[in-house]
Design a protein around this ligand. Sequence first.
Ligand code: FAD
Length: 508
Amino acid sequence: PKTLRLILGDQLNSTHSWFESPNENVIYLMAEMRQETDYVKHHIQKVMAFFTAMRCFADHLKNEGRHVRYFKLDDPENPQKLDQIITNLIQKEGIEKFEYQLPDEYRLDQQLKDICKLISIDSEPFDTEHFLTERSFLAQYFEGKKTYLMESFYRDIRKKFEILMDGKEPEGGKWNYDHDNRSALTDKRLLRKHLEFKHDLSNIYQMIQDQKIETFGNVDPKNFPWPISRTESLDLLDHFCENLLIHFGDYQDALTTWDPFLFHSRLSFALNTKMISPMEVVRKVQSHWHEMRDEISISQVEGFIRQIIGWREYMRGIYWAKMPEFSKMNFFGHDRKLPSWFWTGKTKMKCISQSINQSLDLAYAHHIQRLMVIGNFALLAGIDPDEVDAWYLGIYIDAIEWVEITNTRGMSQFADGGIVGTKPYVSSANYIKKQGNYCTHCAYSSNQKTGDKACPFNSLYWHFYDRNREFLEKNPRIGMAYKTLDRMKNKAQILKQADEYLERIEEL
Ligand code: FAD
């Protein structure tokens, strides 16, 4: 039958079995749509990266001789909505069957289910052939349990796919090297040059402006740094293996003004658009390590692989196990508005201005900036998780709801009440100071809890525990904090300081 196959913007998987053989009767549909640019306000680089990578993928399919119907955003025939695009095309081309790959977002999953009901022809969903596990795997795996421990899931995945295994035992004798992976970076000479792609994307930039799409953040359209094809994604992976893996674990949690990327791979966009697969990333890293065993320690490799087959895969499982309820969860009932400086970076807190300005410039922040600087502040200050989510979903190049919301609402804001993590990720200034140089030359003092110069993280930290006592005191991993708080002589003063800071949060 004459078939229409839909490829969404994050389904750029050229190794999918759909493309194994030529198929004359198939039309591949790809579309840039207002429904995707407008569901949240995105960073300009994110919109540019998605559209460019999609165009590149469409060109690749056309070069293979496939029929592709690609709607650019400014195409006068583009109805800008998925349901209309599909129904129009079915009619116009006399399509007899509709096929699609399972979307990773709940929103699109619902929309596609509705579309399939709407059209009168046969339809069939396909796996994306990207993840190691199926959507429903995690829900089944933890069935009947209250908590979903990442660690047990991760170990089973390693065994099942024989990743970093020595027979039945973990390679190196340990499952987890996290304790080796916590250093601050003190030697600038260790830093490496990053691979940036420098694409001239002036045309797509102009189109986005002409179409009046509301975006934010900065970009140099003539020097666009992100990978936009599979080849470039593989180059970035090679670059990571050859230059960065050697210190990935060591400085995974480091915070420094010297380098926004440190030893992080910057592979998240390539992975989330499926230009490369988690399995090939893991296999490549593993084989590189086998060749370089004398130089690269297992803690670097395990730390990296854990992120990909542990955290990433696990977050996806949580998403499908807990949506749509997850998107409404607000365990602490936080309702403060996001300070306006989240959109400008204009705050005197150096750690935050550094992390936010970097995010505005690069559409990127590494994990500890997202979790222990920006997210930490939002949680301590009691910001409404809806606002926090919208910000994270917009700003990062890799932000797609399945992995954004589970990290933000779950891991970072504890709005899920402890599905993803067993306790909230909060800290005072001490942690941030320990991880690098963010506290140097800050207008606030990391040592002070009270007074004009006191770092807001310090009093807000205790304010957070104090106001959420009923939710947290019984948690065995937290009880100690309350003993410390209740013994503090200047407790009232610290809490008063936090109240004052919260009152003038816009001026911090
Ligand atoms: P590396 O440090 O090089 O790690 C390698 C890969 O591991 C990443 O590319 C990513 O695919 C995976 N990974 C690492 N940590 C996680 C994690 N916690 N969850 C899922 N995958 C992980 N990641 C996204 O891809 N999209 C998001 O929208 C997103 N939002 C986040 C929001 C918050 C509040 C936090 C705390 C984390 C978020 N993350 C998100 C996870 C993580 O911060 C990014 O994946 C990572 O910073 C991307 O940079 P990288 O490719 O250089 O990562």
